[in-house]
Design a protein around this ligand. Sequence first.
Ligand SMILES: CC(C)(COP(=O)(O)OP(=O)(O)OC[C@H]1O[C@@H](n2cnc3c(N)ncnc32)[C@H](O)[C@@H]1OP(=O)(O)O)[C@@H](O)C(=O)NCCC(=O)NCCS
Length: 203
Amino acid sequence: MKTGEYRDEHNNTALLESDIDRPVKFQGNGNIVRVGKNVILKATIDIRGDNNTVTIGEWSVIDGYIGFIRVNDACVDIGHHTTIGGGSSIQLHETSHVHIGADCMISSSVLITVSDMHPIFDEITGNRINPGAAVSLADHVWVGYRSYVGRGASVGAGSVIGAQSVVSGTIPPKVTAAGVPARVIREGIRWERNFPSGDRIML
Ligand SMILES: CC(C)(COP(=O)(O)OP(=O)(O)OC[C@H]1O[C@@H](n2cnc3c(N)ncnc32)[C@H](O)[C@@H]1OP(=O)(O)O)[C@@H](O)C(=O)NCCC(=O)NCCS
């Protein structure tokens, strides 16, 4: 799709300030996709439901899949200069919010989801044990290869999540956390996308 504003007969809107490689798929009403300037968007955006929104900040490079699966009033916002690698997936099966800050680096084959995708109940009370909950990655967070970032996860600014970790709780800023479940393994860290030689590694 070329840069421009698109609106279909179901009031779905795509506001594109960059050309994008794949068409946005809308099945529903009143959804909005905003893509900022200088974005490389290779991801499939698949919205099934009503009144969902996706915002992608300028200079971001987004691969993988962003899916709203039979859900209404949910939201994904991705800050500027953030990269998401191939095979990664942001999924919303329940009404909630995924926030990914600016200058984040989400590796390949990472799953970010606000929901377990199926309900679990306490047998006696009948109460839902696993309600969907928002995911928040603050600015300049690096999520390692094949990690799972689940409902309610929150990662503080500047932190690193090790490869193949499972994040479900709160990880503070400026730490490395890793494992299943992810635990802090190092505090007081700072990471950079580039090596000191100046060679730029995008993902
Ligand atoms: C987390 C990571 C950055 C290493 O950080 P570090 O501070 O150098 O950690 P260390 O290697 O000193 O390991 C510290 C401890 O954490 C454990 N650990 C490290 N990475 C781990 C991981 N991914 N999962 C589980 N445990 C891990 C180590 O085994 C070690 O445990 P021990 O204290 O019981 O011996 C690295 O292991 C990693 O996972 N990198 C992912 C990189 C990636 O995904 N790149 C893709 C391109 S974006």
